[in-house]
Design a binder for this molecule. Structure first.
Ligand SMILES: [Zn+2]
Ligand SMILES: [Zn+2]
Length: 127
């Protein structure tokens, strides 16, 4: 049996991680499509038909896999905020400190002087 129904909507991983881990739940899926501009492919579970966006491994960027409902949804998928969330999780969450960015009063990412958006987009902290 596949594990798709129990898996979260977003998982860490990319095509290289999947092909190098024999136990990976997304291993052995059929490639349905790929999108060079997004640096990603669309794979389908042969058992339940669930579609998954899978990042193609790229430099120091965190790879992610995301459940998608159909091909049209995949074309429109924006993984930016999922990546911001993962960066925050990796740093251990948020603190009650206030972001140092001018006129920003959001909470900081743990260990950083900036909120998630300013850390990710302005300070280029992607991981
Ligand atoms: Zn499945
Ligand atoms: Zn901020």
């Amino acid at each position: 049996m596949c594990q798709c129904p129990e898996l979260a909507e977003i998982l860490l991983g990319d095509d290289e991680i999947i092909s190098s881990s024999p136990q990976h739940p997304l291993r052995g899926f059929d490639e349905v499509d790929w999108n060079p501009s997004q640096w990603a492919c669309l794979n389908q579970c042969p058992e339940c038909g669930q579609l998954w966006h899978i990042d193609i491994a790229k430099g120091n960027q965190i790879g992610i896999c995301v459940k998608v409902v159909d091909q049209a949804a995949w074309q429109k998928l924006d993984t930016t905020y999922a990546r911001v969330d993962l960066m925050v999780q990796k740093h251990g969450g948020l603190t009650f400190e206030t972001c140092k960015w001018r006129q920003c009063n959001k909470n900081c990412v743990k260990g950083l002087a900036f909120c998630p958006e300013h850390a990710y987009f302005e300070m280029d902290i992607k991981a």
